[in-house]
Design a protein around this ligand. Structure first.
Ligand code: ATP
Ligand code: MG
Length: 395
């Protein structure tokens, strides 16, 4: 059966040197995995491009939506595939335009742009474009050529094996294929920032796993449902991953009972980081990832970040550190997490929120306060109650 063809272009992957083939294979594997639910889909790579062929009943928008979620993909074009000889190319292009005209009655002008990667092809690119244009003028009598502002621009790409005719080039996220850059542990809250941070690291090829802290029963089941909803959206890009959910309440209670009130936030944050580091080590993660952003809140002043950082030895990635909030929000909207993030459910950080949190904590002072707690026992107890939820992508 005749299948629909899509050209999938690799962005940065194409710039890789000796390792290019490895990155390409990882990308193709991801495309295959994401398209597995559509029977008889073929995904092949050929000379720096990937070609996806699907049964005609799979809608074009579906293929574009699925494939554009694969990191490493730069753009996608639904295309028509013909033999690489001039007659087939001309006929293919004319048929392509006829079909387009049916969909767009207000189309009057066009331009053909040709490119050949097969340098042995007998005609050069401008000549190919001219001949294809001439055939379209004969076949589609109402159309005229306009090389400056055409209503429609079609591209003809002559390759050794086949030639591709297409119009649209739909941008994807770019980045690098998942799994090409180790695994990181994301501290995932229900807020706006941490899902964006997770997305950004995964886009650079990092597999993710997540840890979420709650203060049950002060935080509700419904609050955790919200985190799972966010995770499910993330999983459509990052693949299946796990959430470790950990109850922070016993630790928060100890802090409130034994330490100065204005230090509560920073002390809680240090516990979160220390616990996350242990969970990370136990699960093969080499880095921690947070949605912290300098200056955003009291716990993210330069001084507070220094004090937070000092409690772990694992590198902490903060991909949003220098972004403005409006840009983070825009990113959250683009990836589809924003609407869920702003749903109003309580977070463990808002339980026992001090009236005047310390914005310029000093490490010696914080260590002094921590010495009043049996930190190791508290961390061990929290880890022992780690509950794991597996998150699967849904459509
Ligand atoms: P977010 O929008 O990601 O919640 P935020 O602006 O609310 O961030 P904070 O609450 O100070 O900032 O949290 C900073 C970072 O600490 C978060 O981005 C996240 O990585 C981590 N974090 C905060 N709360 C939690 C939580 N309940 N569970 C796991 N990680 C958390
Ligand atoms: Mg938060």
């Amino acid at each position: 059966m005749e299948k629909n063809v899509y050209i999938v272009r690799m962005g940065e992957v194409a710039l890789k040197g000796l390792n290019k083939s490895y990155f390409e294979r990882m990308l193709v594997d991801r495309v295959r995995k994401i398209m597995k639910k559509y029977p008889e889909t073929e995904v092949v790579r050929s000379e720096g491009m990937v070609f996806v062929r699907t049964l005609p009943e799979v809608p074009q928008e579906t293929v574009i939506k699925e494939v554009s979620r694969v990191f490493g993909v730069d753009s996608i074009s639904p295309a028509v595939e013909v033999e690489s000889d001039m007659e087939s190319i001309q006929k293919g292009a004319a048929d392509y335009m006829l079909a387009l005209m049916e969909k767009r009655p207000n189309m009057y002008t066009f331009k053909v742009e040709a490119r050949r990667s097969d340098k042995t092809f007998p005609l050069q690119s401008p000549e190919i474009a001219r001949k294809v244009g001439a055939r379209i003028l004969v076949t589609c009598k109402v159309l005229k050529v306009d090389v400056h502002e055409p209503d429609c621009r079609i591209f003809v790409h002559v390759r050794r094996d086949k030639t591709y005719i297409y119009e649209q080039k739909i941008s994807a996220f770019g980045g690098l294929p998942l799994g090409t850059n180790g695994k990181g542990m994301v501290l995932l809250s229900g807020g706006i920032d941490s899902p964006v941070a997770a997305f950004m690291m995964a886009k650079r090829g990092m597999l993710i796993e997540t840890v979420h802290f709650h203060s049950y029963p002060y935080t509700s089941e419904r609050a955790f449902e919200k985190v799972k909803d966010l995770a499910t959206i993330l999983a459509s890009y990052c693949g299946r991953f796990r959430i470790h959910s950990i109850n922070l309440l016993p630790i928060q209670e100890q802090i409130v009972a034994n330490c100065p009130e204005e230090e509560t936030t920073i002390l809680v944050r240090r516990f979160m980081m220390k616990i996350a580091e242990r969970v990370a080590r136990n699960n093969g993660c080499m880095m921690l990832i947070t949605g912290e952003n300098i200056g955003q809140v009291a716990s993210q002043t330069a001084e507070a970040l220094v004090v937070t950082d000092a409690c772990v030895s694992m590198p902490v990635m903060r991909p949003l550190i220098a972004m403005d909030k409006v840009d983070i929000i825009e990113k959250a909207q683009e990836i589809g997490t924003f609407e869920t993030s702003i749903l109003p459910y309580e977070d463990c950080c808002t339980v026992f929120l001090p009236k005047h949190p310390k914005t310029k904590p000093r490490l010696e002072q914080i260590l002094q306060s921590e010495s009043k707690l049996d930190c190791e026992a508290l961390i061990e107890a929290a880890l022992a109650a780690d509950e794991v939820t597996v998150i699967n992508p849904v459509d």
